[in-house]
Design a protein around this ligand. Structure first.
Ligand code: 0X9
Ligand code: ZN
Length: 538
């Protein structure tokens, strides 16, 4: 009887779609049905949770450490007064919400959210290398069959697919892989431990000491917060006013400034001609921390090592945007280390509901857009999702994000001068050329390939790191609405590349901070090589 009731309730809840609404119905039913035990309440909710997360496929919401509480009631067999009903209902509802989300009612993203940090304790990172097309299909089928997995890399024949598996799914996943003869290795037994090791802490005292002695906190020995980076940009613009200009090109969804640094010795050459320009950005994908770090390192070389790099600095105007997605970046530090997207909330905007009212009644909606699917060029065609809960959500429309809009406006205003466009990502060690949306080659494919080879050869000479050059449908997978495709297809920038930085998957997104300088050095060598070839021809 309880089982049948549960089944009926699950169906009703599917119709309801939103978890809070489902919890509400379940709590209401449970509080008036004496035959409904605490454990059947919890089980029903767990089944629903699993189904709901299954529906949203590779989006996962790991249980938060401080969040899962036991129900605080037990004597619900006796039906008392209306007040008793209400108390029971409230207790069920509260415990249900905690079970599902660790609901804390506060949706303010910009504050420090360390108290509700997502805990990846005992999550394992598995590496599978599909060797045949049917094996690729099997790895794709795994994602469909077992919900709640996070694919760090997409399954491609003869490439490693790195899959983050929650502890409660490990047995099922390993069984699935074994049954299909897919060999796997465990790269991390407990990813939370690797998270803790990636970024050395810096004390307040040390920070103050650095500020007083150097004028900023940047060390390149750790992954810094956005505010530290902004301080450094400010420091550069004050210390080198003849070379550095800060330009605020817009604001993120949560109101953080998007700062571009212009490094220039003057817009015209000695002969009076307008100089070409170079664009470099980082931090599109929040969790790819090495990307902003390398862009900051590049900026440091251009400005603080001006004498050594004089030729390329004088040859062009450099526009550098270290963090394109500051909201996501901060969220990946404060709350969820593996956050990828922006932090916009289109469900709420579109429903024109107030944030708090909506969150109270419906629970937190799926936030964020994949900025690298949001550009207005072949938007939403391939390798992008229309589900807000997916990692590759392209947004409700092209340029729905203030970040992509601001960047594209800025580039369009300078499109005729920008000759080189680089957008930094991680990880895979690849120098990717457009198109991403189609297998077709660009008309000038050979030019882009040979310039790409120049870049990776220079990079390789620094410390032997190997990069592949090619276009993403062949090396990775097809995707549309990407920044590099837009830069080439719409802004008409000939040399537009996506660079997938270190590493090859040994650490993946958790590349230790101790590798920032080495990654910066080799990447800067590559940048220098292409800049010399493209903008310093004369
Ligand atoms: O999927 C992406 O957006 C990029 N890979 S990442 O692991 N950094 O997320 C690759 C994008 C390649 N560029 C295009 N396909 N346009
Ligand atoms: Zn990326």
């Amino acid at each position: 009887m309880v089982h049948n009731t549960s089944k009926l309730l699950i169906r009703t809840m599917w119709l309801c779609r939103k978890l809070t609404c489902a919890t509400f119905i379940l709590a209401l039913t449970a509080s008036i049905m004496p035959c409904f035990s605490v454990s059947s309440f919890k089980n029903t909710l767990q089944i629903y949770k699993r189904n709901r997360i299954g529906h949203i496929n590779d989006y996962i919401r790991p249980i938060r450490t401080s969040a899962v509480s036991e129900p605080r009631f037990s004597n619900f067999g006796i039906i008392g007064s209306l007040g008793g009903y209400f108390t029971k209902f409230y207790s069920y509802f509260e415990s249900g919400m905690n079970l599902l989300w660790g609901f804390d009612g506060n949706m303010d993203d910009t504050r420090d959210a360390s108290s509700k940090k997502v805990n990846y304790k005992r999550y394992q990172l598995l590496r599978v290398i599909p060797r045949t097309d049917p094996q690729v299909d099997d790895v794709l089928a795994l994602r469909e069959e077992i919900e709640g997995l996070m694919y760090w890399t997409e399954p491609v024949k003869n490439h490693s697919a790195d899959i983050l598996v929650p502890p409660d799914l490990l047995t099922d996943v390993k069984e699935f892989l074994n049954l299909r003869g897919l060999e796997f290795v465990v790269l991390f037994k407990d990813i939370q431990k690797a998270i803790a090791l990636q970024n050395p802490k810096m004390s307040r005292e040390k920070r103050i000491e650095l500020r007083n002695s150097k004028g900023h906190e940047m060390t390149f020995k750790r992954y810094h917060r956005y505010s530290d980076m902004l301080h450094y940009l400010e420091y550069l613009s004050i210390k080198y006013p003849e070379l550095v200009e800060m330009i605020t090109i817009g604001k993120s969804s949560l109101g953080q400034p998007l700062k571009v640094v212009k490094v220039s010795t003057g817009q015209r050459t000695k002969k009076g001609e307008i100089k070409p320009a170079v664009w470099i950005d980082g931090g599109t994908h929040a969790r790819e921390w090495i990307s902003p770090a390398v862009v900051m390192y590049t900026l440091k070389q251009l400005v603080e090592n001006f004498k050594i790099n004089r030729k390329i600095v004088e040859g062009a105007d450099w526009y550098i945007l270290p963090v394109s997605n500051p909201d996501g970046y901060e969220y990946s530090h404060s709350t969820d280390r593996f956050w990828r997207k922006t932090r916009s909330n289109h469900e709420i905007e579109d429903e024109k509901q107030s944030r708090t009212l909506s969150s109270f009644f419906w629970g937190e909606t799926c936030r964020g857009v994949d900025m690298n699917r949001n550009w207005n060029f072949h938007w939403g065609e391939v390798g992008a999702s229309d589900d807000p809960c997916q990692e590759t959500y392209a947004g409700p429309r092209p340029f729905s994000e203030p970040e992509t809009r601001a960047i594209s406006d800025f580039i369009m205003d300078r499109k005729d001068r920008i000759k080189l466009y680089l957008t930094m990502h991680a990880y895979s060690q690849m120098w990717l050329i457009p198109w991403g949306y189609t297998n077709k080659k660009t008309g000038d494919y050979d030019d882009l390939m040979s310039m790409g080879r120049k870049a990776v050869d220079a990079l390789n000479r620094v410390s032997g790191t190997q990069y592949q050059v090619g276009h993403s449908p062949s090396l990775l997978y097809p995707t549309s609405g990407g920044a590099d495709d837009w830069a080439k297809g719409v802004a008409g920038i000939k040399y537009a590349y996506t660079v997938e930085l270190r590493d090859d998957g040994t650490y993946g997104f958790l590349l230790p901070a101790s590798q920032i300088v080495a990654t910066g050095k080799e990447t800067f060598a590559a940048i220098k090589a292409v800049a010399r070839a493209i903008v310093c021809k004369n």
